[in-house]
Design a protein around this ligand. Structure first.
Ligand SMILES: NC(=O)C1=CN([C@@H]2O[C@H](COP(=O)(O)OP(=O)(O)OC[C@H]3O[C@@H](n4cnc5c(N)ncnc54)[C@H](OP(=O)(O)O)[C@@H]3O)[C@@H](O)[C@H]2O)C=CC1
Ligand SMILES: N[C@@H](CC=O)C(=O)O
Length: 430
């Protein structure tokens, strides 16, 4: 017997169109494999008169998203408009009407996830969002299901495809920032507003989603401290290579258990130097990879395409099938919402650092600078000086120290006579 499930799609842009096409392409195979016929019955867009894929029936398009959500002939709503408004209101309306929702909207889930999970739970329907974190890679379902009973202590990796693609092209092919970004946009990797990618906001939303599910605590994007990749220059790439490192934009969530059994968490997104033989250094282009550390399983690695229309469509299709299967069985899977996370101040988080300074080439400057670091408890692992008669660049690689200690040392360094400026500070990830 074949069950017919009718899909209402909100948004048919970069990702929405790829999803609609994949649905049409895979319809017969899905029917054979799962006994479910997924019928795309309505598509809401901003401008219904815009030319669309010839593979999609023009009769399906409307400019009224609310009408699609409320339509009697729509069983599952797929939200691919993006942003918080009107996506949030549309999803809430669908859930309250008893319709399961599938979305790829990390911005919305990363900021209002806990509220929406509660709405879905009250309504007794599914809210799935696998594509909202690490696009094609099934990671949220394993966290929600396979690792539900586990004690997860760390989630860390590369979660933004655009910036990983850009860093790969800038480091390997010498592309400028603007060229690399334009290529990423052409490939459909970037957000509609790509500042979210390059400033680390997209990665912060994804980290909030991953940390919430992994630690069973409520974490929102605003909790995540972030630095993007804006401002990195060819000299950083050259120096990183010289020291045996690659540069990657990382997202790291850690849970620290105290003696009383409490657990603060640290959530950070930052560009970092990473040793060339570290597995994350081999993650290139739009690929992403996330390590999850648990007490029993140890370390697990999830790897695959973290952005792009078709990889995202694959993940959305998986969610739609899961929701369709639940619908025919009359069941749903709730998203657990844990207590509000207690955040550890980033000042107390510990890293090794790469510090690039420009100094006057005067005798003793190097030991003066090393002395300042030492006074603040930041020990130097390596210092490399290159320069001309009047000016030198000194790169310091430190042993692990807290952000507070490094900040204090840099503060004092800036007041030092022969230090012209500190031109870059990057964390080193190992
Ligand atoms: N790019 C990627 O690799 C990935 C993206 N995502 C997420 O997917 C979502 C969609 O992104 P993307 O496809 O790039 O976005 P686009 O901007 O390409 O598409 C947005 C779509 O929404 C439609 N739309 C906008 N406002 C309304 C409205 N008020 N009512 C109805 N339709 C509306 C637009 O209509 P029109 O066509 O008429 O302009 C368009 O079809 C975002 O949440 C994004 O974060 C998730 C994973 C990966
Ligand atoms: N813009 C995002 C798309 C996928 O989530 C990214 O580059 O990772």
């Amino acid at each position: 017997m074949v069950d017919h499930i009718r899909i209402g799609l909100l948004g048919c842009g970069t990702v929405g169109e790829a999803f609609a096409e994949l649905l049409v392409e895979r319809r017969a195979a899905i029917e054979d494999a799962a006994g479910i016929s997924l019928d795309l019955v309505r598509i809401a867009v901003r401008d219904p008169d815009k030319p669309r894929s010839p593979r999609l029936d023009p009769e399906l398009f409307t400019g009224d998203a609310l009408e699609v959500v409320k339509a009697q002939d729509v069983d599952i709503v797929v939200e691919l408009i993006g942003g918080t408004t009107p996506a949030g209101e549309l999803i809430t309306t669908a859930l309250n009407a008893g319709k399961p929702v599938v979305t790829a909207n990390k911005q919305l889930i990363g900021s209002a996830g806990p509220e929406l999970f509660a709405v879905a739970d009250r309504a007794g329907v599914d809210l799935f969002f696998e594509a909202a974190a690490v696009a094609a890679v099934p990671i949220l379902r394993p966290i929600r299901e396979s690792l539900l009973g586990e004690d997860v202590t760390r989630v860390a990796g590369i979660v933004n495809g655009t910036t990983n693609y850009m860093l790969t092209r800038m480091m390997s092919d010498g592309l400028s920032f603007d060229e690399a970004l334009a290529n990423a946009q052409e490939l459909g990797l970037a957000e509609p507003d790509a500042t979210a990618d390059v400033q680390g906001d997209d990665a912060a939303s994804k980290l909030a989603i991953l940390a919430s599910l992994a630690f069973n605590q409520s974490v929102v994007a605003d909790d995540v401290t972030r630095e993007g990749i804006v401002g990195l220059d060819t000299e950083d790439f050259r120096l990183a290579a010289q020291f045996g490192f690659d540069i990657k934009l990382l997202a790291v969530a850690e849970r620290f258990t105290d003696d009383a059994g409490g657990g603060e968490i640290g959530v950070q997104v930052f560009p970092a130097l990473i040793e060339r033989d570290h597995p994350l250094a081999s993650v290139r282009d739009s690929f992403n990879a996330v390590f999850i550390t648990t007490s029993a399983a140890g370390e697990l690695m999830f790897y695959g395409r973290g952005a792009g229309p078709r990889p995202s469509a694959s993940s959305i299709l998986g969610d739609v099938l899961a929701a369709a299967d639940h619908l025919r069985r009359g069941t749903h899977r709730r998203v657990p919402v844990g207590p509000r996370a207690v955040l550890r101040s980033t000042q107390e988080l510990t890293h090794s650092y790469y510090v690039r300074t420009e100094v006057d080439e005067a005798p003793g400057v190097l030991s003066q600078v090393t002395g300042v670091f030492g006074r603040h408890g930041v020990s130097i692992r390596k210092a490399d000086q290159q320069g001309s008669e009047s000016q030198a660049r000194v790169v310091f690689i430190t042993f692990p120290a807290t952000e507070r200690a490094l900040g204090d040392a840099l503060g004092e360094l800036k007041g030092l006579g022969h230090v012209r400026h500190v031109s870059r500070v990057l964390r080193i990830y190992s």
